[in-house]
Design a protein around this ligand. Structure first.
Ligand code: GAP
Length: 618
């Protein structure tokens, strides 16, 4: 079957999601609320499954990561320390005509003829506006179109029957100053903070202002010391969390991809600074291949380091931030493959030095090739971010140490023991390196030079006694984006035989059994045969303690299979007359097990069914 065009494909996916109950528009009966989504019965199961897969692989199956569940509203100082209050903003522009708001970086450059007006007047009414305005028209469009837009602009400003003043035309090349939808001039770009505000307590005052968290990560940093104390973990170790985050996105778009309320799955993995590793192990392991810091500002994709050049393998004591970063990129890529996203649907994008946040040493974005992704120069889908894996240095804990006044340092017994055994030259080299990096951090925060110098020296001295602020590697993923990627990846159309054996087109959601919302559907062949129904219910009850089961007795069996194909249920079990022993004793208590993808059927003993399905789903 021919591949549908991408926009057509997205429309089909959106329609299936609504029709089958994966995703609904929030507040739909009131006209919806832009940027908010609800998950229906199948969507809720899908999300639960993928969060559970993430949680199990990130913490339950590891010794070195523990979990946290923190509150959504936290002390507002946290957002000052993290930089969100001052810098978590996008530049926005408003259309001067319709007031529609855009993200400035999302305005496509346009060329054409710009018509400028110095104002407008209504001689009969004696009203006037001296506000300058302009309109950009694509090449070939008549000037009347610009006048019409300008007329509405001045009309909106109280000039009821405007006569336009001072019209002049000028060619415009690649301008981002105009609304691409109607040609109207936009406002100058202004920063717009993305945090959603609220008030805690009965009084709506500045003192009571707080924020819905824009990321789950900060709670992990502020609880770092508590968790360290109770979990008996030692560096390196991680704390992970799944939870809601909120961002007042200027332009929520691409279905659930950019929402205003979403869920994140974040890990903060705390590691030793490289100087401590060198002191303990003698050297710091380096990944093979070109390092991000040695690359030119905008390296072509081919020059960016690739994951397969050398596998990080199992964690080693001599790993510094680069190996740990590489390790987590590999772990996360492997996770996506395990839940059914093929390697060739993912892109590992190394941010260029110009793109990195000021505190980040390296960031790899894992992109999924969504149908709505932009295409690269070769016409390939470029991919959109599912997850960012950032090496964030010791920035976050240092910030909370500064803002809260509470120490975020750890004591490292091994470092203390190793230090006296170092040669003097090595000691001096490591002290200088550590002092330099702390000084750079303190200077960036605006600390006075003498204070910064003094503090950096004290911190370097503390390192020699075994104390430091841990560094962190942060794999941060979005649940909703991943759910959407899994839905897009699962969507398929093919041919399947109908009741009469004639080939018919079917829509099938080929979810990996691990994350499929329903694992198995149980059908009595006919609903009006009490023995079949009773046996089918027995099979349902047998499977239910182990798997998510859906029981369906309504309609022709072929139609029931189709419904489950659309829901993405990987297995169907049919109880027929053979099950009842009517076709001979050898088939008694066996059922038909149908595979969603191959549509092949096999005969299976009821007593072996649960074990077989659990094995297939694991
Ligand atoms: N703590 C780091 C952090 O929050 P981020 O890149 O801003 O980094 C991490 O967000 C992940 O959260 C993204 O990769 C994406 O999957 C998800 N995410 C961010 N903004 C989102 C939005 N508006 N809608 C849906 N998911 C979003």
């Amino acid at each position: 079957m021919a591949e549908p065009k991408t926009s057509e494909l997205m429309e089909k996916i959106v329609s299936l999601c609504k029709r089958r109950g994966f995703i609904f528009q929030s507040s739909e009966i009131y006209g919806g609320l832009n940027g908010f989504w609800d998950y229906g019965p199948l969507g809720a199961e899908l999300k639960r499954n993928l969060k559970e897969c993430w949680w199990r692989s990130m913490t339950q199956q590891r010794d070195d990561v523990v979990g946290l569940e923190a509150s959504i509203i936290m002390h507002p100082k946290i957002w000052e320390a993290s930089g969100h209050t001052s810098t978590f903003s996008d530049l926005m522009v408003d259309c001067l005509l319709t007031k529609k708001r855009f993200r400035a970086d999302q305005i496509e450059p346009q060329s054409g003829m710009a018509y400028f007006y110095s104002g407008a007047t209504d001689q009969n009414a004696g009203t006037r506006s001296a506000e300058p305005f302009s309109v950009l028209l694509p090449p070939g469009k008549p000037v009347e179109s610009a006048r019409k837009v300008a007329w509405h602009f001045y009309h909106e400003r109280g000039v009821r029957h405007p006569t336009l003043l001072g019209e002049r035309a000028e060619k415009a090349e690649n301008s981002t100053r105009y609304n691409p939808e109607n040609g109207s001039l936009l406002t100058e770009p202004r920063p717009f903070n993305l945090m959603l505000k609220t008030y805690v307590g009965p009084v709506e005052s500045e003192d009571n202002k707080s924020y819905l968290r824009p990321e789950t990560a900060q709670a992990i940093f502020v609880q770092f010391k508590n968790v360290l104390e109770v979990s008996r973990q030692k560096i390196p170790f991680g704390i992970c969390q799944i939870g809601k985050a909120f961002r007042n996105e200027i332009n929520p778009r691409n279905y659930t991809f950019r929402s205003r309320e979403f869920e994140q799955m974040e890990l903060e993995f705390f590691i030793r600074p490289d100087e401590a590793i060198e002191a303990i192990c003698g050297s710091v392991a380096q990944p093979a291949g070109p390092q991000p810091s040695t690359l030119p500002p905008s390296p072509p994709a081919s020059a960016r380091p690739r994951r397969n050049e050398v596998e990080a393998g199992n964690p080693q004591p001599n790993w510094g931030w680069q190996m740990w970063h590489k390790y987590w990129v590999e772990e996360r890529m492997a996770f996506y493959e395990r839940i059914g996203l093929p390697r060739n649907s993912l892109v590992e994008y190394w941010q260029t030095p110009a793109e990195l946040a000021h505190y980040a040493r390296a960031t790899v974005d894992i992109l999924y090739k969504f149908p709505f992704s932009k295409r690269d120069e070769n016409g390939e889908l470029a991919g959109e971010e599912l997850e960012g894996i950032a090496a964030r240095s010791d920035f976050d804990l240092s910030q909370h140490q500064r803002f809260s006044g509470k120490p975020m340092t750890v004591f490292d017994e091994e470092l203390k023991a190793a230090w006296p055994k170092l040669e003097d030259a090595k000691k001096a080299e490591l002290i200088e390196s550590y002092r330099g990096s702390r000084l750079r951090y303190l200077t960036k925060t605006g600390e006075a030079p003498e204070t910064a110098e003094k503090q950096a020296r004290e911190e370097a001295d503390a390192l020699t006694k075994g104390y430091y602020v841990p560094h962190v590697i942060e794999p941060s993923a979005g649940v909703d984006r991943l759910a959407l990627a899994l839905i897009c990846n699962a969507y398929g159309e093919d041919q399947a035989p109908d009741e009469k054996g004639k080939l018919d087109s079917r829509v099938v959601m080929r979810f990996h059994p691990r994350i499929a919302p329903i694992k198995v559907a149980v059908f009595p062949l006919l609903k009006n045969k009490p023995d079949l129904v009773r046996k089918a219910k027995e099979v349902r009850d047998l499977l239910r303690p182990h798997l998510t089961v859906f029981y369906d007795e309504a309609g022709a069996i072929g139609r029931r299979y189709r419904r489950q194909d659309e829901a993405g249920t990987p297995f169907g079990v049919t109880i027929d007359f053979e099950t009842l022993g009517e076709q001979g004793p050898e088939l008694k208590d066996t059922v038909t097990l149908r595979d969603r993808d191959s549509m092949k059927q096999q005969r299976v003993k009821i007593s072996e069914l649960a074990g077989l399905l659990i094995e297939k789903i694991r």
